[in-house]
Design a protein around this ligand. Structure first.
Ligand code: PMV
Length: 312
């Protein structure tokens, strides 16, 4: 009754922001992401009659612990077991890095817990279950480049389809002050929310076409456009969410300048100040060299496309 799973975080090229159904975490719009090779969570789950009390390894806030055990309860209900659980989890990246650890965390938790309880779920069913823990977690289950629409997520291309990089520049490593969960709930209060939701299907088509033809410029342009649009919604919702700091803005400007000088690199930013630099593998060295000139960067994490959650 014990299993260990590893799952990657993912970076969305077209973002998920806002929900049609809050309790079920059904998104208002489809999203498309790439799994990250160097940002993973490894989780061991053990169920046993002899364990006296449910427990989660150290380092989580009481709120996070409640959410993890709530997800375990959801999975326990599928089998009817009353066995207690021990959950031990660790990230390959600093939790304080503000990387979306909830995606890798809930994907690894779902796959490990389902396996420990002997549940035979298809990948599709696993994505639905992970989504109930954390929306973006469903995109960390299938391999490589992943699309999430409605209840399920599925792989569009395997990791080796396109040698892209996500060079993650950590500019601040304190924990974020507003959770994305609270942010999704208020997204519709932005006057620009509906407009973005209407725009996304066309962006998804543009991104899918860029992926199909491996047109990096088209991929970069639509990705940056959607990132800025999502942050526009965040900044105009009530209460407003402003995730950028001075370094974030400096990097956004730097990326534009690097592009002008001929380096094909684009940025995207999630619910935090850190900047993801997306480029093709052959430009990794040039981008890393350019980032070296930016002062006060805390850490740089180089990610390749990765497979989804799996048992180890
Ligand atoms: O799954 P959540 O609630 O952590 O939401 C993730 C939201 C963004 O990271 C901002 C966008 C995305 O699609 O990953």
């Amino acid at each position: 009754m014990r299993a260990t799973a590893v799952a990657p975080a993912n970076i969305a090229f077209i973002k998920y922001w806002g929900r049609k159904d809050a309790a079920l975490r059904i998104p208002s719009n489809a999203s498309l992401s790439m799994n990250l090779s160097s940002c993973t969570t490894t989780t061991t789950v053990e169920f046993s009659r002899t364990i006296e009390k449910d427990s989660v390894s150290l380092g989580f806030t009481p709120l996070e612990e409640k959410r993890i055990l709530g997800h375990i309860d959801r999975i326990r209900k599928l089998t009817g077991t009353t066995d207690r659980v021990t959950v031990a989890t660790k990230n390959s990246f600093p939790k304080s890095a503000g990387v979306a650890s909830s995606a890798s965390g809930f994907a690894a938790l779902t796959v490990a817990a389902a396996s420990a309880l002997g549940l035979r779920l298809s990948q599709k069913e696993l994505t639905r279950l992970a989504r109930l823990g954390s929306g973006s977690a469903c995109r960390s289950i299938p391999d490589g480049f992943v699309k999430w629409e409605g209840e399920f997520a599925y792989s569009l291309y395997p990791p080796d389809y396109w040698d892209l990089r996500d060079i993650l520049v950590i500019v601040e490593n304190s924990a974020k002050n507003v959770s994305s969960s609270a942010g999704h709930t208020a997204a519709h209060t932005s006057p620009y929310f509906e407009k973005r939701v209407q725009e996304v299907p066309t962006r998804i088509l543009r991104l899918e076409s860029a992926l199909r033809t491996k047109n990096f410029q088209n991929l970069g342009e639509v990705m940056e456009e959607d990132c800025l649009d999502m942050h526009h919604v965040m900044q105009t919702q009530n209460p407003p969410l402003y995730y950028w700091n001075d370094k974030t803005k400096e990097l956004m400007e730097a990326v534009k300048a690097w592009r002008k000088s001929g380096l094909p690199v684009y940025f995207t930013i999630d619910a935090g100040p850190n900047v993801h630099l997306i480029c093709e593998g052959k430009f990794e060295g040039d981008v890393l060299k350019a980032v070296k000139d930016v002062q006060n960067v805390q850490e740089v994490i180089v990610n390749k496309p990765a497979r989804g959650a799996h048992i180890i």
